[in-house]
Design a protein around this ligand. Structure first.
Ligand code: ATR
Length: 522
């Protein structure tokens, strides 16, 4: 049984674009720079821009920017006591926002704490909001708000006649995203709730899934007006912001660190290629991974990739796991079944073994296999080699005891040895490296004595940065057959895609190209 696949018709052409606005926060301090930021934002796909008066140099003619802009604007003049730059006294600061209303701006942002003062001033000046929408906002840069605090704050904003209620709070845990999503779902007015910081990025990217009024993006990487903002180009091109709506199926990669993962580029590219209404995000998780997976799947996540350091701890959150997970003691894939159950799988070992077996005639029967490294990845490779029918398997590790223990766990044909003992074990048909030796920046390092590499030997390296490691280069020069870490990375991702969308053909070539393009641009 599989989940029905929601599609959006032709690839690249969403028929139901997100109703949530994509707002770019301009951070420049003078008119020429603001203009160039605005053009870049428009080119990248922004639908509205925020102008922060408190970041401007004195005397900047900001009204001319509003007049000439093809985009609507939110005008904000953030007070220092709310995390902004404005040190003007309150009547002066709020008056600038009233000037913006008179200039016909589409939204102004007023701090909840200044709402009473704002309404008083507006009345005194005899100005009406007319078509300008009032955003009342609350920021906490120190900590997240509880669900109860969020509700009380939103209700206070409503009672003070906000058109849009906005809360920005600092995330301290990935679980804060779950709180944001639940509160957005139950909000009864146009609402923005977002968790700031790297931990809160999903709350910004997935705002459209949960019906937020808008989300904020930065004009470029590192140029955000608040912590954790994603640049507008990545929002649109990598995460497909404009195509995320209430029906969108969510996926993501859980890890720490995780932002370097190419999963989103690869999987979102595949969804786009196949016209799937699905989105895949980075999920930075620093603790409580099992709880995170469960809460997120209740909120609409249908699957996860899991990477270091959570491949073991996440097992606790599963309703069931396949045999490979039990044997290896680690998993990298969560699939949510139609019954709502979370199933743990390990596609790492097949990701590595499939491309290797393609070079050895389908399986490893009759082959002698050497595996370098006895960590989590080494264990998956040992399991894979045994599953693929290897004649015998030797696992060699810097710390010999770990190799011996791993061999004991795996039984029969596996021997555990120290790195220095490899020479005593004769010739091998297949060598697999699971250690990080040779990875950037240590590209000159090789995990094994090159004398061991022989013509016709199949050599695999889990490291894919660089694409051709010293190990693979040495093997190639000696007539070896090479399998790169890229093959494994794409292989395990193909298996994940197939597990999540069983009726859809995996766009293998596009996945590979997306990763190559990303590696090339780094
Ligand atoms: P993973 O899940 O990627 O396998 P891990 O469990 O931390 O990560 O295991 C890392 C493996 O790489 C170990 O086998 C480690 O050897 P030790 O057990 O002796 O630590 C191996 N490794 C890492 N750096 C190494 C190096 N510079 N030389 C040799 N082996 C190394």
């Amino acid at each position: 049984m599989t989940l029905p696949i929601p599609t959006r018709g032709a690839a690249h052409r969403p028929t139901a674009p997100s109703a949530t606005l994509l707002c770019v926060s301009l951070t420049a301090s003078n008119l020429p720079s603001l203009r160039s930021q605005l053009s870049a934002a428009i080119a990248a796909g922004a639908q509205i821009a925020e102008l922060r008066l408190d970041l401007l140099e004195p005397e900047t003619d900001w009204k001319s920017l509003l007049e000439q802009s093809p985009l609507p604007f939110i005008v904000t003049n953030r007070a220092q006591w709310e995390g902004g730059n404005s040190t003007l006294d309150e009547p002066q600061r709020l008056s600038m926002l009233i000037d913006a209303i008179e200039a016909g701006v589409s939204h102004i942002d007023v701090e909840l704490k200044a709402a009473d003062e704002f309404w008083k001033l507006l009345n005194n000046r005899g100005v009406k909001l007319s078509s300008t929408k009032l955003i009342l906002s609350h920021h906490n840069f120190d900590r997240p708000l509880s669900a109860e605090e969020i509700r009380a704050t939103l209700s206070s904003m409503k009672s003070k006649n906000a058109d849009v209620a906005k809360i920005a709070m600092m995330a301290k845990s990935a679980l804060d995203n779950c709180t944001v999503f639940r509160e957005l779902q139950r909000a009864d007015m146009p609402t923005i709730v977002l968790a700031m910081g790297d931990l809160g990025k999903p709350s910004r990217i997935l705002a459209g899934k949960f019906g937020a009024y808008l989300t904020f993006a930065s004009v470029a990487q590192g140029k955000g007006s608040a912590p954790g903002q994603v640049d507008v180009k990545s929002m649109v091109d990598v995460y497909r912001f404009g195509e995320i709506g209430r029906e969108t199926r969510l996926y993501g990669v859980i890890g720490n660190p995780v932002m370097q993962s190419m999963g989103p580029v690869l999987h979102n590219g595949a969804y786009r290629e196949r016209g799937l209404d699905a989105a895949y995000v980075h999920l930075l998780v620093e603790g409580e991974v099992a709880r995170f997976v469960r809460e997120m799947s209740e909120l609409g996540f249908c699957g996860f990739s899991v990477t270091i350091p959570w491949k073991m701890d996440v097992i606790e959150g599963m309703d069931e796991v396949e045999e490979a997970v039990t044997k290896i003691g680690a998993m990298n894939t969560v699939v949510k079944g139609l019954d709502g159950k979370l199933k743990g799988r390990n596609t790492d070992w097949r990701g590595a073994l499939d491309p290797i077996c393609q070079k050895t005639g389908g399986d490893l029967r009759g082959k002698r296999v050497l595996i370098l490294g006895a960590g989590g990845a080494g264990k998956a490779m040992v399991y894979g080699a045994v599953e693929s029918g290897a004649e015998d398997v030797v696992v060699a590790n810097r710390t010999k005891e770990k190799a011996v223990r791993l061999a004991d766990d795996m039984g029969g044909k596996v021997a555990g040895i120290g790195m220095g003992e490899i020479g005593e074990y004769g010739a091998f048909d297949v060598v697999m490296n699971s250690t990080s030796v040779g990875m950037i920046p240590n590209v000159e390092e090789c995990p094994v004595n090159v004398e061991l590499l022989k013509e016709g030997m199949v050599v695999f390296d889990a490291v894919y940065n660089p694409l051709e490691t010293r190990l693979l280069q040495e093997a190639r020069e000696r007539g070896g057959v090479c399998v790169s870490g890229l093959d494994m990375f794409v292989g395990q991702a193909e298996l994940q895609f197939a597990a999540w969308f069983p009726e859809v053909e995996v766009p293998v070539e596009e996945m590979r190209e997306a990763v190559l393009k990303q590696l090339g641009s780094q």
